[in-house]
Design a protein around this ligand. Structure first.
Ligand SMILES: *Cc1c(COP(=O)(O)O)cnc(C)c1O
Length: 433
């Protein structure tokens, strides 16, 4: 039998660097041939060989309803018939802004853009413009898109400024980015003690999904809020992954339940708000947002921003997830998956930990949940890769890298979870010791 995935990958590699348009798709970490997706429906997709997989990536988060939800398809179809893009305002942009501001109480105004990278980059420019300060704080293992100033890792020593993680980023461009360890209170205190008056914003993934799944501890988050307030820095939540995914109000609504009165100053969103179309947003308090052009001096623009087909897709998606009981059911299904995986691992004698919130989950081949990037990366990569391929061979598609979160959609049935757990049972038993 010819392997159509392999054929397509060869064709792709001839013309597209690495054969992919976003690096993690290339399977470099886990080895093997990427699956070229031919079509998808509900919780499943089919590759170029016609083979079916249970999809735990969901386009890396957006597909919270599963693929091809009828109401969303209809909304997109109708919108497309009325025109793809105008470069002039439309009613759906207003409706989407209204929906976002209603669902996320910390927001007073939003601007729509086309990708999470663009939203994060613009939020930082706005924070700098609004505060008149240069420095930003980020945490190792958090991803905020691939803007130059954010492609940075910690330098040596405590609270030093970072080093670029990509060629093509001059050190000067990251010299104002402070990189700290996630959940490390001491480093946080030291950074604000030394640089507080110069910090424009602290940007954080409140539940980090780009180092698998790591929650900011409540004391840590409390202190982030206090220090930002004390020093006049803006607390910016990157909820591109967690927004409308871990709860209807995002991760900030989860922390607001644990920390009375808690809210961030700015929020960056993407993924679920576009329902699978290129759409993202950033927002915050009116006084900050009004610094944006055309009202204020901070420039930001986009030809396809607030695209009419993308906004139709986002609005239809939000309309479904705000139905009563949606997140209770999604959370229960996700928890059933993670609890089931833990039980299978225990039976197989494999050290394992896992966690979930709403429709987002993570697991680790280690006995305790890690608290920061360094610990996440201590996972035995060879064993993770064996588990990945063990699952893939059995029709279960999880993220092809150990530092990525997983996603359950409303379309994942009890049967899908049961099938996943029986695949995991076999795959876990075959792991190298
Ligand atoms: C995916 C992601 C981004 C980047 O979004 P893109 O749409 O891929 O540019 C930024 N921040 C977080 C937390 C993300 O998960």
């Amino acid at each position: 039998m010819t392997d159509r995935n392999a054929e397509l990958f060869e064709r792709a590699k001839a013309l597209i660097p690495g054969g992919v348009n976003s690096p993690v798709r290339a399977f470099r970490a886990v080895g093997g041939t990427p699956r070229f997706v031919q079509r998808a429906q509900g919780a499943h997709f089919w590759d170029a060989n016609g083979r079916r997989y249970i999809d735990y990536i969901g386009s890396w988060g957006p597909m919270i309803l599963g693929h091809g939800h009828p109401a969303v398809v209809e909304a997109v179809h109708k919108a497309a018939l009325d025109g793809f893009s105008f470069g002039a305002p439309t009613e759906r942009e207003v409706a989407l802004a209204e929906a976002i501001v209603e669902l996320v109480p910390s927001l007073e105004m939003v601007r729509l853009v086309s990708s999470g990278t663009e939203a994060g980059m613009s939020a930082i420019r706005l924070a700098r413009g609004a505060t008149g300060r240069k420095k930003i704080v980020k945490f190792e293992g958090c991803y905020h898109g691939h803007a130059d100033a954010l492609l940075v890792k910690a330098g040596s020593g405590l609270a030093t400024f970072g080093n670029p993680t990509s060629a093509g980023v001059p050190p000067e461009v990251v010299q104002h980015t402070l990189v700290l360890e996630y959940n490390n209170l001491e480093q946080l205190e030291a950074a604000f003690a030394e640089h507080g008056a110069d910090i424009a914003c602290l940007m954080i993934e409140p539940i980090a999904g780009n180092m698998n799944f790591v929650r900011a501890s409540v004391p840590f988050m409390t202190r982030c809020r206090e220090l930002c307030t004390k020093h006049g820095a803006l607390l910016a939540f990157d909820e591109v992954m967690t927004g409308f995914r871990v709860a209807l109000g995002g991760a900030q609504s989860v922390y607001a339940k644990l920390i009375p009165g808690f809210e961030p100053d700015m929020t960056v969103m993407g993924k679920v708000i576009g329902g699978g179309m290129p759409l993202a947003a950033f927002g915050g308090k009116r006084a900050v947002m009004e610094q944006l052009a055309p009202l204020g001096p901070v420039y930001q623009a986009g030809t396809l921003s607030g695209n009419p087909v993308a906004t139709a897709c986002g609005l239809a998606t939000l309309a479904e997830i705000r139905k009563p009981g949606f997140f209770d059911a999604l959370s229960a299904r996700t928890r059933a998956l993670v609890d089931g995986l833990k039980a299978e691992a225990r039976d197989a004698g494999v050290a394992f930990s896992g966690d979930s919130e709403g429709g987002m989950f993570g697991f680790f081949l280690m006995p305790e949940l890690p608290q920061n990037y360094q610990t996440v990366m201590k996972t035995d990569g060879a064993r993770f890769n064996a588990l990945f391929h063990g699952l893939l061979d059995r029709g279960v598609y999880i993220a092809p890298a150990l530092y990525e979160a997983g996603f359950v959609s409303a379309a994942h049935s009890e049967q899908d979870i049961a099938d996943t757990l029986s695949a995991a049972r076999e795959a876990l038993r075959q792991l190298p010791r």
